[in-house]
Design a protein around this ligand. Structure first.
Ligand SMILES: [Zn+2]
Length: 481
């Protein structure tokens, strides 16, 4: 059962052209660093001049177009415009685009102004072949004729979908941006790619959560359901660490004198902590998505169904049912981003399904139970179904996705649960725990060795210490229920 209702799907493998963008951090040498900053300030200056000019034209009853703005900027002398001609053009086009967007939004009833704010900083655009080019095994960014280029090692661009390296030929217009929070330079490199969509008949259901980021369930055959549970412990550790550091810094900031050097430094430190945590969390979400996509692709699923928990992470302030800490955990849950990444990698468009009671309903008989601890045990004496709690939600969502309701899976179904860790390294907690064990072991050994060297026979303590196994590393566990 389970597979007897194949979904009508187009059989041919669909390959779609899409444009993605990669963000690659780069380190600039002292001299280039300074020049890049100056160029970004100059770019902002040009933007400001163009904005002023456009507003003056409007006041005079004229309506300058895209090429009028471009002409204004490109006809400036080289000293007024220390950028490549194409970088200058990009500023004009961006401004024109921003004006157009504001007009459309106003037409749609939104309250928006045409660009007016003075900018202090603008990213630099480098067009393909002119603004940027590869020579002497370096990526050269041009700041205009007769000015030295900014030369960087050729960055490695990895496609977020396939995980493969993108060839230089596929890159488009590169932007050099300064991340004010992380205080680092990065290249934004757009590229063309094709994505293959999985078009099999199988359905994969996804149950999302905080403790386990995702649990995925798919019928492997008529008698077996494969469940993959991806642990979210790494993300919790990152968030906990960040909240703690930010809280401590915030406390110091509140006590520092506003505007003082000390205050500025603390604010910069706080931004840095946040930026670092953001990077780690984005990486974590990518890892979760990669593992989830592996499950989907391995089962050749053509349909992806998420239990609908959208909105839980929002409006947590009004939600009084949860405690303060629980609300904080919920509001910092990056569920939407993980879904987007999974959709991106698999090429499927995830659906959402009401998941009410999915974690309580017994998959075998339909009885309602309240799970206690990590195990799910059905209280119905005729049923006695037992399974890992993490799998139950996903199995129920799977049945609902196929049949419309929580149809029991039948008594002789095997549930294969695979536990994966999103990031294959030890979390902070684990490392700490391991360190403690090691310390204890080392102490036990040394004292036993001391005694042994002083003529005593090795104690049972030493033998135990040598035979005790270290906690399991980042390997996967397979459990069959
Ligand atoms: Zn039951």
């Amino acid at each position: 059962m389970g597979m007897d209702e194949p979904r009508e799907a187009s059989a041919e493998q669909a390959a779609l052209h899409t444009c993605r963008s990669a963000k690659v951090p780069v380190t600039l040498s002292g001299h280039d660093y300074r020049r890049a900053h100056d160029a970004c300030h100059s770019a902002a200056g040009l933007w400001n001049q163009a904005v002023d000019w456009v507003h003056a034209e409007w006041r005079g009853g004229r309506s300058p177009g895209k090429y009028d703005i471009r002409k204004l900027l490109t006809t400036m002398s080289a000293s007024e415009r220390p950028l490549h001609a194409h970088s200058t053009e990009a500023i004009a086009y961006d401004l024109h685009e921003a004006i157009k967007t504001s007009r459309t939004n106003r037409k749609n009833g939104m309250k928006v102004r045409a660009p007016w704010r003075k900018k202090n900083y603008r990213p630099l655009s480098f067009s393909k072949g002119y603004g940027w080019r590869i020579s002497n095994d370096r990526l050269n960014l041009s700041l205009g004729r007769r000015r030295p280029r900014i030369a960087l090692p050729i960055p490695v661009v990895v496609d977020s979908g396939s995980g493969e390296v993108v060839a230089v030929e596929a890159w488009g217009e590169i932007q050099l941006c300064w991340d004010i929070d992380a205080r680092e330079w990065s290249l934004h490199i757009p590229y063309e790619t094709t994505r293959e969509t999985s078009t099999g008949n199988a359905v994969t259901a996804v149950d999302e959560g905080i403790i386990n980021s995702m649990a995925l369930a798919t019928w492997a055959d008529a008698r077996t359901i494969d469940v993959t549970v991806i642990n979210g412990r790494e993300a919790r550790a990152i968030k906990r660490l960040r909240n703690k550091s930010v809280g401590a810094l915030q406390h110091k900031i509140s006590r520092a004198k506003n505007g003082s050097k000390h205050h500025r430094r603390l604010v910069a430190a706080k931004k840095k902590v946040k930026a670092k945590a953001d990077r780690s969390l984005r990486d974590f979400d990518h890892q979760v998505a990669r593992k989830a996509a592996d499950h989907v692709i391995a089962h050749d699923s053509g349909r992806l169904v998420y239990g609908d928990v959208r909105g839980i992470e929002q409006k947590t302030k009004k939600r009084r049912s949860a405690g303060r800490h629980q609300r904080q955990i919920l509001s910092q849950w990056s569920r939407g981003r993980q879904e987007r990444y999974v959709d991106e990698v698999t090429g499927l468009e995830g659906e959402h399904l009401d998941e009410a009671r999915s974690t309580k309903t017994c998959p075998a008989c339909g009885a309602r139970n309240r799970p206690a601890g990590r195990d799910y045990r059905c209280k119905n004496p005729d049923c006695g179904f037992a399974c890992h709690r993490d799998a139950v939600g996903a199995i129920n969502i799977l049945q609902k996705a196929i049949h419309g309701t929580y149809v029991p899976i039948g008594p002789d179904t095997t549930i294969r649960v695979t536990y994966l860790r999103a990031v294959e390294r030890w979390s902070f907690d684990q490392r700490n725990a391991h360190r403690k064990v090691q310390c204890r072991k080392a102490r036990a050994l040394s004292s036993a060795q001391n005694r042994a060297s002083s003529g005593e026979i090795p104690s049972s303590e030493q033998r135990q210490a040598q035979s005790s196994t270290s906690p399991s590393g980042p390997d996967q566990l397979v459990a069959v229920a």
